[in-house]
Ligand binder design. Structure first.
Ligand code: COA
Length: 463
């Protein structure tokens, strides 16, 4: 386990700058820590008040007699170095510096001073210029973002603050369960590689999502990312891909977004799944965190619309996944329920008149067939069936079969389709509004499986 263990499971946590003023960031962070249910010591630090939210307040961290492993620093930038010294002397191991006004606006010396003082005391620094962090296994939400993060197995590292907070909210909306959210901001000390080392060993995390503008030590990132990718998928949203984007990144977190081709080749080398947008990344997170990994890439597509099937086939082919004829025993099974004019190639076309039951039986049959590794289900809303009914039929088949196989579902239509997607999402069955997104998200999982095998083989040859 890397030395970030105490950051994620601190014996005590102090909030420097905990104010009674409910509009101040120090107040909101303290409130989130208390209300999300952190059970160990919580210590507000503020020399000008005696208590905040009913908790005794301390004038300085050094006056707290209990063990404090983490300080959240929410005071103006110029006051940070002194607070770090005090916390360091008190034996604190990690400083989470919320304050802005450092490297991102050219205050490099001030940022270096903070890190220098922290190192003098053997302390690590997260930030500055961040919104805090979350670790759901210990019910710790030390952010000024939304409170009710859904516990789960996805760790999210973000270099962007405001976007990161917004995405925190999106994870709740999208039903994505979180193990950790870490705002890294200027990455003065703790960076993506340090965090990947921790998440590699963390039994509560099975997928890592990173919003990245740039990394300073590319070689170390590649080494650490290659290692974790053999066990867990790492998805990166790399921003600053264009010259305009790179300029914006430089003035945002002071990052050098760097050469796009270099980043892409580094991601490829290390098995990192590179995405261009938040939407694509979230789509991938769903298949990669909710589905088990398949043993191979034999996909069967089940649809009620030829067009949707063609779009999905094209998308899969673009991703290097080619559809083969389905296994004969599956074809025979499905033939029993379908009209003679139904096409039983791949995609399997249930035809426009398919009722819910045909979906139930064909999906169940595909999930049970050992010659099929993954199932892509497409449904175009027709007046003959209800999207929620089809969603229930698919979920029923998944439930009946018991053992999970990678599955991805597209429910294409209007408001009712949206309801059906929500129904599947609540059951952790990846569901999307278009055939392309459902196919692309499933392909990400199949591609990751292949790449993971390659990385493992490479490692075996090297050792
Ligand atoms: N130790 C403990 N408390 C201290 C202190 C110290 N050394 N120095 C000041 N305080 C107290 C203040 O008195 C105040 O409490 P009060 O309301 O009871 O008076 C509290 O700490 C906060 O200090 P204040 O000066 O009011 O600052 P603030 O809350 O307005 O702003 C920051 C502090 C860090 C939020 C602000 O400077 C900042 O950087 N904002 C941007 C943050 C950001 O966007 N981060 C990136 C997100 S993605």
């Amino acid at each position: 386990m890397s030395n970030l263990k105490d950051l994620f499971n601190p014996r005590g946590i102090a909030v420097i700058g905990a104010s009674r003023d409910p509009t101040k960031i120090g107040h909101i962070i303290l409130k989130n820590i208390v209300e999300y249910g952190y059970r160990r010591g919580i210590y507000p630090v503020n020399p000008s008040v005696s208590d905040v939210m009913g908790l005794k307040t301390y004038p300085a961290v050094s006056t707290i007699s209990d063990k404090v492993d983490v300080v959240i620093v929410s005071i103006p930038n110029t006051k940070v170095p002194e607070a770090i010294d005090d916390a360091g002397k008190a034996g604190v191991k990690h400083a989470v510096v919320i304050a802005s006004g450092f490297k991102e606006i050219g205050n490099v010396d001030l940022e270096n001073e903070v890190v220098r003082r922290a190192r003098r005391h053997g302390m690590r620094v997260l930030g500055p210029n961040i919104f805090g962090y979350v670790y759901t296994p210990v019910r710790l939400n030390a952010t000024f973002g939304p409170r009710d993060v859904i516990p789960g197995n996805v760790a999210f590292i973000t270099q962007s603050g405001a976007l990161g907070i917004a995405l925190m909210g999106s994870t709740i909306l999208e039903g994505i369960g979180i193990s950790a959210i870490v705002s890294v901001g200027n990455k003065s000390d703790i960076d993506d590689a340090d965090l990947l080392e921790f998440f590699d060993e963390d039994p509560n995390t099975s997928v890592v999502l990173i919003y990245m503008e740039g990394v300073s030590d590319g070689r170390r990132f590649v080494n650490v990312a290659s290692k974790i990718s053999m066990k867990k998928p790492v998805i990166v949203i790399k921003s600053g891909r264009t010259e305009a984007g790179a300029r914006a990144a430089a003035s945002h977190t002071g990052s050098l977004a760097g050469n796009v081709a270099l980043y892409e080749s580094a991601f490829k080398q290390s098995g990192v799944i590179s995405t261009k947008s938040v939407e694509e990344a979230f789509d991938f997170v769903k298949t990669l965190s909710w589905n088990p990994l398949p043993p191979g890439d034999r996909v069967v597509v089940i649809t009620n619309g030829g067009g949707a099937g063609v779009q999905a086939s094209d998308t899969l082919a673009d991703d290097g996944i080619y559809l083969e004829k389905p296994p004969q025993d599956f074809v025979e099974e499905v033939r029993k329920i379908l009209p003679p004019f139904a096409s039983l190639a791949n995609p399997v076309d249930l035809t426009g008149m398919a009722p819910e039951d045909w979906y139930y039986r064909s999906v169940k049959s595909a999930l049970q067939n050992s010659g099929i590794d993954a199932v892509l289900v497409l449904y175009c809303h027709t007046a003959l069936t209800s999207p929620v009914g089809v969603a229930r039929a698919v979920a029923g088949a998944v439930d009946e079969v018991g053992v999970r196989k990678p599955i991805s579902v597209a429910i294409i239509g209007g408001l009712e389709a949206y309801e059906a997607i929500k129904h599947l999402t609540n059951l952790k069955i990846p569901a999307y509004p278009t055939p392309e997104r459902a196919a692309h998200a499933l392909a990400a999982q199949l591609k990751y499986r292949k790449y993971r095998e390659y990385l493992i083989k490479k490692e075996q040859i090297a050792s």
